[in-house]
Design a protein around this ligand. Structure first.
Ligand code: GLU
Length: 436
């Protein structure tokens, strides 16, 4: 492997970047264009560049299950391990109709960079099954989970690859994965997944961790902008685990949540929404649709509302070259993975919008996953205050490190985060050398 520091990145990377730029909407290209930018600035050796851009392992499996009506249906599942140089692969599993190999590859790489940004001893992976759980019974979801787990079982393990919840998966799904894996191993292995129910080796504070991390880094960004937490106005897109927790914790911290949305659309109230009340509504009715204590807004309208902080906490590619110019928020805290395209980055940068990038902003989840994995392996469990204090410490420290990188290299917070992450992963590769 060419690892000599004096060798510069190849000019070919620029052509690659231009080609990628034309592919707005492809998450793998979105990830790679930021990777290229950061790698070029770091003068990453070409050999290492080639190693870090290629996922270590890509698995595609068929997941046949009997539906409740007796008919057999075959779903497609993926698991991609992007890089394991710093430790076991870590990353969620999503059940969604939009899952594709390209998406899972991008999300796996994002996990590598995310774990490195917050300096966890993990690599990155991601998995998914193309399915729509809203049309499936619990029994069918359980069958898909168990069959998918058994299909990828060789990669799984506390030392090799550790899943967690992601879009449309939850602690129930993690419990089934843990049970399936343990039945094959002939003994209970709690550390094979994180985001489990507390009673079976889950960590206190894990459920709120991503939203709590969003709050912490948003407070850091507000301070950098010399703005106050109290009274700052916030719009949150997505009312799943990340969005609803961020909204709840931000409102408890004194911020004014002016809009929230879910799949069914959003609700806006300039005087501030009562988030506890919205949560009660959703617990009862499943969706925000029909919630009447505010005006209805669409998901697209929510993004361009006048507010101090925008939290896109739903899916990828919602802030693009088409709407970036209309964004009025001063700060964007990316609760979701990949909500902003590389093309939109340029527009937001020029407008002076302070973007807290996904690989930092939503890293609270995997940070407490790390705590859960550590607790499972030691068999000693921490109280919630310890979890939250340690999470706070890691998030504020990581924010400062990314900020320091962005100032030092005169780049955005996003490119600063990528540079910090790539530098850490590359350093590990240089120390380990290439086994060939
Ligand atoms: N799915 C979450 C993420 O994208 C959590 C991953 C984990 O805890 O391993 O960060």
């Amino acid at each position: 492997m060419a690892t000599s520091k004096s060798r510069k990145a190849q000019p070919l990377m620029k052509q690659d970047r231009d080609r990628r730029f034309a592919l707005e909407g492809n998450p793998f290209e979105a990830m790679m264009s930021r990777f290229d930018d950061a790698a070029t600035r770091l003068n990453l050796e070409p050999g290492l560049y080639r190693v870090l851009r290629a996922p270590e392992k890509q698995i595609i499996v068929s997941v046949p299950i009997p539906r409740d009506n007796g008919e057999i249906e075959v779903f497609t599942g993926f698991r991609v391990l992007h890089n394991t140089s710093r430790g076991p692969a870590k990353g969620g599993i999503r059940f969604d109709m939009n899952v594709s190999l390209d998406e899972v590859k991008a999300l796996a790489a994002w996990m590598t960079w995310k774990c490195a940004v917050v300096n966890l001893p993990f690599g990155g992976s991601k998995g998914g099954v193309i399915c729509d759980p809203s049309t499936m019974s619990d029994r069918e979801i359980e069958r898909v989970t168990r069959r998918y787990t058994s299909a990828i079982i060789e990669t799984l393990g506390p030392e090799s690859d550790v899943p967690a919840p992601d879009v449309n998966t939850n602690e129930r799904v993690m419990a089934w994965i843990m049970d399936t894996y343990s039945m094959h191993k002939r003994h209970t292995v709690t550390g094979v997944v994180t985001g489990k129910p507390i009673a079976m080796g889950g960590s206190l504070g894990r459920k709120d961790a991503t939203g709590r991390g969003c709050l912490v880094v948003t407070q850091c960004a507000l301070a950098k902008r010399k703005m106050k937490t109290r009274g700052a106005t916030v719009a949150v897109q997505g009312f799943g685990n990340v969005g609803s927790t961020a909204a709840r914790l931000m409102s408890e911290a004194g911020m004014k949540i002016v809009a929230v949305s879910d799949k069914s659309g959003g609700v806006f109230n300039a005087r501030g929404l009562d988030i506890a009340d919205c949560l009660k509504w959703v617990a009862d009715k499943k969706f925000l649709d029909g919630y009447h204590k505010g005006e209805r807004v669409s998901n697209a309208e929510l993004l361009t509302l006048k507010c101090d902080v925008l939290v896109p906490a739903a899916l990828e590619n919602v802030i693009t070259s088409k709407n970036a110019d209309d964004i009025q928020a001063k700060i964007i805290c990316e609760g979701a993975n990949g909500p902003t395209t590389a093309q939109a980055d340029v527009i937001l940068d020029n407008k002076g919008v302070y973007v807290i990038p996904d690989i930092l902003a939503n890293a609270g989840g995997v940070t407490v996953s790390y705590f859960e994995w550590a607790q499972d392996r030691s068999g000693y469990f921490w109280d919630e205050e310890t979890v939250n204090d340690r999470l706070h410490k890691i998030m504020t420290h990581s924010f400062d490190e990314v900020h320091g990188m962005s100032v030092k290299h005169k780049v955005s917070m996003r490119i600063g985060a990528y540079m910090l992450a790539i530098d850490r992963v590359a350093a590990m590769h240089r120390m380990r050398g290439l086994y060939a």
